[in-house]
Design a protein around this ligand. Structure first.
Ligand SMILES: Cc1ncc(COP(=O)(O)O)c(C=O)c1O
Length: 429
């Protein structure tokens, strides 16, 4: 990314122009203007993204990497051009980006590949991914279930032990325990870049340094960072990173796994079948190098094209400018909600964060808060946000989460604060 934030901050007028690219934000909800504050769950899509998908179907639809006819060649070009665009968006080489359905599948791809290596698949080259009893996998208490349960399953299948970096009562990661938790036994360190609940940004360098010290592999969950911050996998120096397209203005059904090329080419595949082989006989098969080795079956071509269009839209706006805008909105949210009597805000106050803030209206169940906000046109998420262990550590079972994106305005935040301010009175608390 080559944007200069200080000289060129995103202005309210520009955000209003951006908002106009998102047709859905013009629709009313229950007779009110829609205020969409649930981008942490999924983002809205600018017109150019679904028009790109439509254009693909109207002009070039065919299966990729097969067939010599013109449409197949054009579709393959669209598909591989999209790979280059999205790879460059995260600072990777095109071959280092594998298409998956979403971040959940990307992490499962890794854990299944590692468990295949643990069964001896992939021979000597794959031995470094094999886990056995005595080995350890380290995660954090902040994780979304998508970056927790696959590692629990891998530990179960291989006999390895799962450990975690706990959070303090505010939800801050206890970095001071890293030195003690990362030992010669640690083979994998998997952690989130941004908490989907608290919006706090992890100090990636501290995890990477601890992992490198013992030769462990690093796996970053970039689901909430890639849409909101400038992310460069080479600068972050992680071995793998998972992300989802639908949270970064792209279509549903498409996501990605970044991996260092030399690692990907040594990993045994997860899904097997067509389009990922060089040779097959009735007993065995030989596999293509990455990325095709991990892309079995007919691919999601229009979705890939839509995602590349979304990545270009974000890059043209400027990721640092988007991050700064959201930090500003996050600050307004955190301060504004904290100032409302009877509202408790979660997450460390001084942490670096994106524009995501969870809160509780004391005495009112989050589901009631969510419904009340919805009746005023405000969309937020309520529940455990697929992070039950974190909620347990915070001493609650569920929260209400407001999460912003580049199309949210200061007026959206003011409207939320106004309506949250009337919740307790409405419910007679
Ligand atoms: C931090 C984080 N990781 C992983 C996921 C899983 O993403 P998906 O459901 O798109 O696979 C999410 C989705 O909310 C998330 O916020």
């Amino acid at each position: 990314m080559t944007d200069s934030t200080l000289q060129n901050p995103l202005t309210s007028a520009e955000v209003a122009r951006i908002k106009a690219d998102f047709e859905i934000l013009e629709r009313p909800v229950g007779g009110n203007e829609l205020v969409y504050l649930d981008s942490g769950a999924t983002s809205q899509k600018p017109r150019c993204v679904y028009e790109a998908e439509q254009h693909f179907y109207e002009t070039a639809n065919a299966a990729v990497h097969r067939g010599a006819h013109s449409l197949a060649v054009e579709a393959t070009d669209v598909f591989e051009q999209a790979r280059s665009t999205v790879a460059s968006f995260i600072g990777a080489q095109p071959e280092e980006l594998i298409w998956t359905s979403n971040a959940t599948e990307a992490i499962n791809l890794l854990t299944y590949s590692f468990s295949n290596a643990s069964l001896g698949r992939g021979g000597e080259a794959a031995a470094r991914f094999a886990l056995r009893e005595g080995d350890e996998i380290l995660v954090t208490e902040l994780e979304h279930h998508a970056n927790l349960i696959p590692w629990q399953e891998l530990a179960f299948r291989t006999g390895a032990t799962l450990r975690y970096v706990p959070v303090d009562p505010q939800g801050g990661l206890r970095y001071e325990l890293l030195d003690e938790l990362v030992t010669e036994k640690t083979k994998i360190v998997a952690f989130t870049h941004v908490s989907n609940v608290l919006g706090t940004i992890t100090e990636v360098g501290r995890f990477v340094a601890a992992a490198r010290r013992v030769g462990a592999l690093t796996v970053l969950d970039g689901c909430q960072s890639v849409p909101h911050l400038p992310v460069d996998v080479k600068q972050l120096d992680v071995d793998f990173m998972a992300f989802s397209g639908h949270k970064m203005l792209g279509p549903t059904g498409i996501g990605g796994l970044y991996g260092r090329l030399e690692l990907l080419n040594d990993m045994p595949p997860f899904l097997t079948g067509g389009s990922m082989i060089t040779y097959v006989d009735m007993e065995r098969a030989e596999y293509l190098p990455a990325p095709q080795r991990f892309e079995a079956g007919t691919q999601r071509i229009s979705q890939v094209h839509g995602l590349a269009t979304a990545a270009s839209y974000l890059a043209e706006t400027g990721m640092q400018r988007i991050a700064d805008w959201e930090e500003h909105l996050g600050h307004l949210l955190y301060q504004g909600l904290s100032a409302i009597e009877g509202v408790r805000v979660f997450g460390p106050q001084d942490a670096a964060r994106i524009g995501t803030v969870p809160f509780e209206v004391i005495g009112v169940h989050p589901h009631d808060v969510g419904q009340y906000l919805d009746s005023r046109g405000i969309a937020v998420r309520v529940g455990h946000h697929c992070a039950q262990p974190l909620h347990r550590a915070l001493g609650v079972t569920s929260t209400t989460r407001a999460s912003t994106y580049l199309y949210n305005t200061e007026e959206d935040i003011a409207r939320l604060l106004e309506v949250v301010g009337s919740v307790r009175e409405y419910f007679g608390v």
